[in-house]
Design a protein around this ligand. Structure first.
Ligand code: UT7
Length: 318
């Protein structure tokens, strides 16, 4: 597999930390020092389909191919307006592709898992060019009176077009079943989102044990990345960039310190977009590529973590 084009799209509404102080007891100072987040983008009149389609079209354009040239579409997504059909099916029609589609629901680690799956499809000859998409709207599933979770998230979409090549060097995926630390129950009845005190609302929004997620994220991603580097005979300094899930600046710093890497090797978007779930790795990749920071041949490590508890990392030459 090699990456031949990337794209991303974000909602237009910028929500500052100060704006959130109207909804619950928090402060810009607390959010900045505990998470690094300064602003996030929240969907208003956009739909997730709009963002996903825009990210996909930008990636296709950057790759210099059309939707008709894509022979598989993999989309990482946890929630959207539909239980079914898959978001990938919806995007496929909107961009004018005609290939088979599949969604994967693997929370924040989803884009890294989707890249790994795409590599296997290419490797086995099942496809020759794949659109790998991640589109997420976590702000619609936070409880907007729970300051522990709702300050963290933002919405967005990112995409990469990949085709047969020799860039993908290896991956390491791990799931340690722990369903209590981070979950959201399925909504089986219409939920009155405007009524924040209703039991239905509370029962179907995100539940998180932040400290435990923090600990599992730093440990899981650090171990996977170390394993991959050792397995492939690389040292930390061989890597141009570590493209990590953007959840919390302190988590990114924790992984950087464990690896004894240079902070410059860790580009970030968490300050401006918050945690966009699985889209964060795809958006960060796109911004890093578009800023001309990545050259062909550079070694990149991707790593994500999320509900499951699931982590996934891969190493590739751009
Ligand atoms: O994609 C995966 C998604 N999840 C994550 O990545 C989350 C990982 N965890 C984290 O990022 C951090 O654990 C948090 C940012 C969620 C919390 O940071 P923390 O340093 O672990 O804080 P804490 O949960 O230990 O809370 C410290 C204090 C508590 O008050 P007391 O009990 O010490 O009086 C909280 O009630 O901070 C309070 N607090 C807040 N205060 C102001 C929690 N949230 C807020 C808030 N504003 N938004």
């Amino acid at each position: 597999m090699k990456i031949i084009g990337t794209g991303s799209a974000l909602p237009k509404l910028v929500v500052t930390n100060d704006m959130l102080t109207k909804y619950f007891d928090t402060s810009d100072e607390w959010i900045r020092t505990r998470t690094g987040i300064e602003t996030r983008r929240i969907m208003t009149d956009e739909s997730l389909k709009d963002l996903a389609v825009a990210a996909a079209q930008r990636a296709l354009e950057a790759a210099g191919v059309t939707a008709k040239d894509i022979d598989y579409l993999v989309c990482s997504n946890v929630n959207n307006n539909y239980v079914y059909p898959s978001l990938s099916s919806i995007v496929q029609g909107a961009i004018g592709a005609s290939c088979p589609c599949i969604d994967i629901r693997n929370a924040c680690a989803g884009f890294v898992y989707a890249l790994d799956m795409a590599h296997m499809y290419l490797h086995t000859g099942r496809a020759s060019r794949i659109l790998v998409l991640a589109a997420e709207e976590p702000t619609r599933f936070c409880h907007w009176e729970h300051r522990e979770t709702s300050v963290l998230f933002g919405d967005g979409a990112g995409a990469a077009v990949v085709e047969i090549g020799d860039g993908f060097l290896g991956s390491k995926m791990t799931t340690i079943s722990n369903t209590d630390v981070l979950y959201q129950r399925q909504r089986l009845e219409p939920t009155p989102f405007e009524d924040l005190s209703s039991e239905a609302y509370t029962n179907h929004t995100m539940v998180m044990q932040g400290r435990e997620v923090f600990r599992m994220a730093v440990t899981g991603c650090s171990n996977e990345i170390s394993h991959l580097l050792t397995e492939h005979g690389f040292s930390t300094s061989d890597v141009k960039y570590f493209i990590l899930h953007q959840a919390n600046m302190r988590i990114i710093n924790g992984i950087q310190q464990y690896l004894k890497a240079d902070p410059e090797q860790f580009p970030t978007t968490v300050q401006k977009y918050g945690n966009t779930s699985s889209a964060s790795v795809a958006i960060l990749l796109d911004e890093t590529v578009r800023a001309n920071k990545v050259q062909r041949g550079d070694l990149l490590v991707f790593s994500g973590f999320g509900a499951g508890f699931t982590t996934g990392s891969c190493i590739l030459r751009y």
